[in-house]
Design a protein around this ligand. Structure first.
Ligand code: ADP
Length: 670
C-alpha cells in the first residue's frame, strides 16, 4: 500500500504526480532546491523537504539524501518523474534496499536499456525489428567505417550512452566519415563520459512513433497505443500527437505487439515507452526504450481517458494492470505542444527570467495545461526551461488541431522569450495540417517556420500600438491624479481642450511617426491617427491587461504587458514589442497640449533651458520646475519654439498656472 509518496522531481511533472496522488488519497512529500523554495510543487505537496543548493547535482540528483529523507518521513514510495533520477538504476536499487517502492521498473530493466548498443542486442534476440546497423563492441574507426560502407550512406552515428540527441552525427558519404566520427565521439565523451558508438542506416524521411506500454508484476503487459513525435528540432520533440495520423490498425497492432515483446525481453514492470522509427513503406524499427513516464504522456491520457500516473501507482503496489488490452479503447485525437522559455530565432537558446505576464487558455475537459509555474515565478538557469505543456483533445485530428491553435493564441507570456509563436507557425503549417510528418519537418520547412521579427509586417499593428500607448498614458494619468504626491506622474500636466500631438514609436528598430488628434474621452477614448498618409479612426479602452480596440470599425482585443516602457502586444498569430520614444510616457504636458503648459501644483521655476523663440527639437528639455523637493523637466512635445515663458527662474507658481506658450515649427511656417 502506498500511503505516502515522495516525488523526487520538480516543476510540472511533480505537480502532475501530486494531482493524482491527491485524487487517490495519498499523502505527498515534495523535495526542493534553493531556487525552488517558493515553487508550485512545494506549495501543492502536504510536506516538503529541502535538499540543497540550486544546481541539480547538489539537490535533485542527491539520491542518498532523498532516500534518507524519505525514511525519516515514513514515505512508502518514491516517484522519480522524468529526467533526474528516473533512469538511474543505482537509485532504483537504493530505494529497494531501503524498503521504499521505486515507482518505475526494476533496476535490471533500467540497466538493460541504459546502453543503446546493449539494448539493441537484447531486442535483436527477442525478434524486435532493428534499424540495419552495427552495434558491436569493436570500436576502431576501420571497423565502424567498414560497417557504414557496407550498409551504404547515409548513416547515423549514435553514442551508445546517448540521449537528448547528443553524440549523434549524420554522415552522407565516406569522405565525411572520419570527421563526423571524431565529432560524435568528442560530444559523447563530454556529455556521457563514454564514446562508444553505434552506426545505423540513416532513414531520410522517417516518422518517430512510440508505443506506451505498461507491465505489471504478474507478467501482464498492455500497450496504450502510440504517439507521433516526429516534429522535432535537434532531435527534441516539439509537438506530439496521439494517435499517429494515418496509422493503419494493422501497423498499430504489430508495433504494439513488438513493444510488448521488447518490454517482456527485459522483464519490464511499470510505464515504459518503446520508440520506433516508422519508414515510408510502413516498416518500423526499434530505436530505444525509455524506462519512465514520458513528458508527452498526456496525449495518451487524452485518447484513452486513463490516468497513467494512477496506473503507475497501482502497479507499484503490486496489483494487476487496471485494464486488459481488449478493454482499452482509443477515442479522438490529442496534441501536446511544449511551451518553452527559449528563442527559436536564436537557435532555441534557453531564455531565463521572470514570468512577468503569464496568461493561459482556460482549462476545460478538452484543454489541459500541465505546468509548475504561475505568473511572477522565475525560469531559472538551473533547470530545463519548459514552462508548460499545452494539451488538447478533439473528436478528430482536425478539431483537435483547431483547438490547439486557438489555445496557443490565448497563451501569453512576457518576461522571457518563448516558442509560442513558433508553435503556432508549426501547428498552422499546411504540411502539419495535412499530417505530412517526418523527423525532418522543421528542417524542410525552415524558411516558413523561422523568420526574423524584422520581416514581420508590423506596420498594420502601428495604429493598435499607438492606441495602446495613448490609452495607457491616460490610465497612468488617472492613477497619478488619485495619488497627488507623485509629482512626476502623468497627472501632473493637465490636458487642455486642444488635443493634437505627434507620437513616435520604436518597433523592430524602426521609428514610426503617428500624428494624433484626440477626439473623445470617457470610458472609451477615440483618436484620429495619421501614419504615412493613411488615416485611421481608433477607439478603445484598457482593463486588466487587455486592450479592446476598434480600428476603423474593426473590433478586436489584445492582451498586452508593459515592462520598463517596453510594450508587448499579443494577438492571435504573433506578438509585437514596441517602445514609445516620444513623448515620454506619463507626461501629459507633451501630449495634450498644443502650446500651453500648466503647473499641476504649487512649486518654483528652477530654470529655462532654452531661449525664447529658439528653435528646439522634439524631446529637448525646455524648463525645469521644482515641487515637493523634486525636480521635473518639461520637454518639447514636437519641433518648435517657446513663444513666451510666463514665469522666471525663482518665481513661485500656483498649481494650474500656465507656464509657457509653445508653438510648433509647422505653425511658424504656416
Ligand atoms: P536520443 O536518445 O539521443 O534522443 P534516439 O535514438 O532516441 O536518440 O533518436 C532521436 C531522434 O533521432 C529520433 O527521434 C529520430 O528523429 C532521429 N533518429 C534516430 N535514429 C535514426 C535513424 N536511424 N535514421 C533517421 N533518424 C534517426
Amino acid at each position: 500500500m502506498i500511503n505516502k509518496l515522495l516525488i523526487a522531481n520538480r516543476g510540472e511533472i511533480a505537480c502532475r504526480v501530486i494531482k493524482t496522488a491527491n485524487a487517490q488519497g495519498i499523502k505527498t512529500v515534495a523535495v526542493y532546491s534553493e531556487a525552488d523554495k517558493n515553487a508550485q510543487h512545494v506549495k501543492m505537496a502536504d510536506e516538503a523537504v529541502f535538499l540543497g543548493p540550486s544546481p541539480s547535482k547538489e539537490s535533485y540528483l542527491r539520491g542518498e539524501l532523498i532516500v534518507e529523507k524519505a525514511k525519516e518521513l515514513g514515505v512508502d514510495a518514491i516517484h522519480p518523474g522524468y529526467g533526474f533520477l528516473s533512469e538511474n538504476a543505482e537509485f532504483a536499487n537504493l530505494c529497494a534496499k531501503n524498503d521504499i517502492i521505486f515507482v518505475g521498473p526494476p533496476a535490471s530493466a533500467i540497466e538493460a536499456m541504459g546502453s543503446k548498443s546493449a539494448a539493441k542486442h537484447i531486442m535483436e534476440q527477442a525478434g524486435v525489428p532493428l534499424v540495419p546497423g552495427y552495434h558491436g563492441d569493436e570500436q576502431s574507426e576501420a571497423v565502424l567505417k567498414g560497417a557504414a560502407d557496407d550498409m551504404g550512406y547515409p548513416v547515423l552515428l549514435k553514442a551508445a550512452a546517448g540521449g537528448g540527441g547528443k553524440g549523434m552525427r549524420q554522415v552522407w558519404n565516406a569522405d565525411e566519415f572520419s570527421q563526423a566520427l571524431n565529432a560524435a565521439k568528442r560530444e559523447s565523451m563530454a556529455s556521457f563520459g563514454d564514446d562508444h558508438m553505434l552506426v545505423e542506416k540513416y532513414l531520410t524521411r522517417p516518422r518517430h512513433v512510440e508505443i506506451q506500454v505498461f507491465c505489471d508484476t504478474h507478467g501482464n503487459g498492455v500497450y496504450l497505443f502510440e504517439r507521433d513525435c516526429s516534429v522535432q528540432r535537434r532531435h527534441q520533440k516539439i509537438i506530439e500527437e496521439a494517435p499517429a495520423p494515418n496509422m493503419s490498425p494493422s501497423v498499430r497492432e504489430k508495433m504494439g505487439e513488438a513493444a510488448i515483446l521488447a518490454a517482456k525481453a527485459i522483464n519490464y514492470v511499470g510505464a515504459g515507452t518503446v520508440e520506433f522509427l516508422l519508414d515510408e513503406d510502413e516498416s518500423f524499427y526499434f530505436m530505444e526504450m525509455n524506462t519512465r513516464l514520458q513528458v508527452e504522456h498526456p496525449v495518451t491520457e487524452m485518447i484513452t481517458r486513463e490516468d497513467l500516473v494512477y496506473w503507475q501507482l497501482v502497479i507499484a503496489e503490486g496489483k494487476p494492470l487496471p485494464k486488459k488490452q481488449n478493454e482499452l479503447t482509443l477515442t479522438g485525437h490529442a496534441f501536446e505542444a511544449r511551451i518553452y522559455a527559449e528563442d527559436p530565432s536564436n537557435e532555441f537558446l534557453p531564455s531565463t527570467g521572470n514570468l512577468a505576464l503569464l496568461r493561459t487558455p482556460k482549462e476545460t475537459d478538452v484543454v489541459r495545461v500541465d505546468t509548475g509555474v504561475v505568473e511572477g515565478d522565475d525560469v531559472s538557469v538551473f533547470y530545463d526551461p519548459m514552462i508548460a505543456k499545452l494539451v488538447v483533445w478533439g473528436e478528430n485530428r482536425e478539431i483537435a488541431l483547431k483547438r490547439l491553435l486557438s489555445a496557443l493564441s490565448e497563451y501569453y507570456i512576457d518576461g522571457v522569450s518563448t516558442n509560442i509563436d513558433f508553435l503556432k507557425r508549426v501547428a498552422g503549417h499546411p504540411a502539419f495540417v495535412s499530417a505530412e510528418l517526418t523527423t525532418t519537418f522543421v528542417e524542410k520547412h525552415h524558411d516558413s517556420l523561422f523568420y526574423s521579427a524584422a520581416s514581420v509586417d508590423t506596420h498594420e499593428n502601428i495604429p493598435v500600438m499607438a492606441l495602446l500607448a495613448l490609452l495607457h498614458r491616460k490610465k497612468n494619468a488617472k492613477d497619478a491624479a488619485k495619488t497627488p504626491s507623485v509629482w512626476s506622474g502623468a497627472g501632473a500636466w493637465r490636458a487642455n481642450s486642444q488635443h493634437s500631438e505627434s507620437l513616435t514609436l520604436l518597433c523592430d528598430q524602426k521609428e514610426m511617426n503617428v500624428d494624433v488628434k484626440h477626439q473623445s474621452e470617457g470610458v472609451t477614448y477615440s483618436f484620429d491617427l495619421t501614419l504615412d498618409d493613411n488615416n485611421y479612426n481608433v477607439t478603445g479602452s484598457i482593463a486588466d491587461g487587455v486592450l479592446h480596440a476598434t480600428i476603423d470599425g474593426y473590433k478586436t482585443a489584445y492582451t498586452f504587458s508593459e515592462n520598463d516602457d517596453e510594450y508587448t502586444l499579443f494577438n492571435k498569430d504573433t506578438h509585437s514589442k514596441f517602445t514609445v520614444i516620444s513623448p515620454s510616457l506619463g507626461d501629459e504636458s507633451n501630449a495634450d497640449d498644443d502650446a500651453n503648459f500648466s503647473a499641476p501644483m504649487n512649486g518654483t521655476i528652477v530654470a529655462h533651458l532654452v531661449e525664447k523663440n529658439q528653435a528646439v527639437k522634439k524631446g529637448q528639455p525646455i524648463l525645469v520646475m521644482e515641487a515637493m523637493k523634486m525636480e521635473h523637466c518639461i520637454t518639447a512635445p514636437y519641433d518648435g519654439s517657446v513663444e513666451e515663458f510666463f514665469f522666471q527662474p525663482g518665481e513661485l507658481v500656483d498649481g494650474g498656472s500656465t507656464l509657457l506658450a509653445f508653438s510648433s515649427k509647422e505653425a511658424d511656417e504656416g
